[in-house]
Design a protein around this ligand. Structure first.
Ligand code: KG4
Ligand code: ZN
Length: 344
């Protein structure tokens, strides 16, 4: 406790960022250290799971020390493990070896310091990222979760309860961005590169198919558009035509976002509140389109800042806080669950 507020220590290591955060009452972040491995994995064109685990192991204690030091600066007083009320950790979904480093570290701290352990669902963490900068935001609301592994429309009923109304049947949005970026020779991670390149292109240059699936369905499918881009690029090459990378990037991005925005806005008509989450929530065109559409439909729109869209421990601390308040304490048998469902 600090000044009567609950202090949470949170750990995130589900993919390629090692992150540790300290926050008060879930929403007031004292420190949120993110050690990214992007530079390491870029040379392989994607995340190599074994390398990610090894770097989490090498970094986690240093990142934790850095987090306590930065939080002390911010709070203007020394902060130690004695002040911590609970320890939250991502236990899924994610890469099993990467998750295990965070889970084992959190268990070791919890056991050594005698603190309650709270296992957090990474996807629920992404949604909770919205609470950090929007003190007025409270459930119920609709959430659009768009990341490297997920594209879901989620009904958030209570702080600890959500229902997924639809998800992708094949590739996730971020995965499609990453794969198309590779086809266009833009490199890894593809999402930010497509976002930037598309700004110089014409979104109407190439008419890629928008896949809406059955009437009223909140599911998504992005594998077709990925193949569509590949066929277009190869077809033009065979004809000896030069392609405009910015035009293809802009047209692909627009086709994906037309579907995502239409479905998210449709789903948010009833609660009239939409909170966007996940790595792809950083996309500037998505932000632009949703801002316009939601204003037209009278829907309140929430986005985390880019630092809270990417994988980070502060969002895990926030989700962990609400679970802790409801007595959702785990014991030391807590294990990593790589395929943990959105609602678990
Ligand atoms: O949420 P996140 O950091 O990790 C997962 O939990 O998956 O999301 C990573 C994904 C990657 O596919 C990355 O390319 C994508 O988010 N991404 C973006 C942007 N920034 C990150 N996609 C589109 N536009 C962006 N600006
Ligand atoms: Zn994530």
């Amino acid at each position: 406790m600090i000044d009567g507020k609950t202090l949470g220590l949170a750990i995130e290591s589900s993919c390629d960022e090692t992150s540790v955060a300290l926050s008060l009452n879930g929403r007031e972040v004292l420190a949120n250290i993110i050690s990214s491995q992007i530079a390491i994995h870029t040379q392989f064109g994607g995340v190599v799971p074994e390398i990610a685990s090894r770097h989490h192991l090498q970094n986690i204690n240093t990142v934790t020390d850095q987090c306590f030091a930065e939080a002390a600066d911010r709070a203007g007083r020394k902060i130690t493990m004695d002040d911590v009320d609970f320890i939250a950790v991502t236990y899924g979904p994610g890469l099993v070896g990467a998750l295990l480093i965070g889970v084992a570290t959190a268990k070791a701290y919890a056991l050594a310091a005698g603190k309650p352990l709270v296992g957090v669902n990474h996807m629920q963490g992404h949604i909770c990222a919205n609470f950090i900068e929007h003190p007025e935001l409270e459930p119920p609301f609709m959430s659009l979760v768009v990341s490297g592994g997920h594209t879901n429309i989620v009904q958030v009923d209570k702080y600890n309860h959500c229902i997924s109304l639809g998800g992708t049947r094949d590739d996730a949005a971020g995965e499609a961005f990453d794969k198309v970026a590779r086809v266009l020779g833009l490199g890894y991670p593809g999402g930010p590169k497509i976002d930037k390149t598309a700004k110089e292109g014409n979104p109407e240059a190439v008419a890629f198919k928008r896949v809406f699936l059955e009437d009223g369905s909140m599911d998504f499918s992005f594998s077709g558009i990925k193949t569509g881009v590949l066929n277009y690029v190869n077809g033009e090459k065979q004809k000896g035509h030069e392609i405009s990378v910015p035009d293809v990037a802009a047209s692909f991005q627009q086709a994906v976002l037309d579907v995502i925005v239409a479905k998210a806005v449709d789903a948010a008509r009833r609660p009239k509140k939409l909170a966007v989450a996940g790595g792809v929530a950083s996309n500037s065109r998505l932000r632009e389109m949703l801002t316009r559409e939601c204003a037209d439909c009278g829907i309140e729109l929430y986005f985390p800042s880019p630092v809270y869209c990417t994988d980070n421990a502060a969002m895990i601390g926030c989700a962990g806080y609400y679970k802790y308040l409801e007595g959702g304490i785990d014991d030391l048998t807590l294990d990593a669950i790589p395929g943990l469902p959105m609602e678990a």
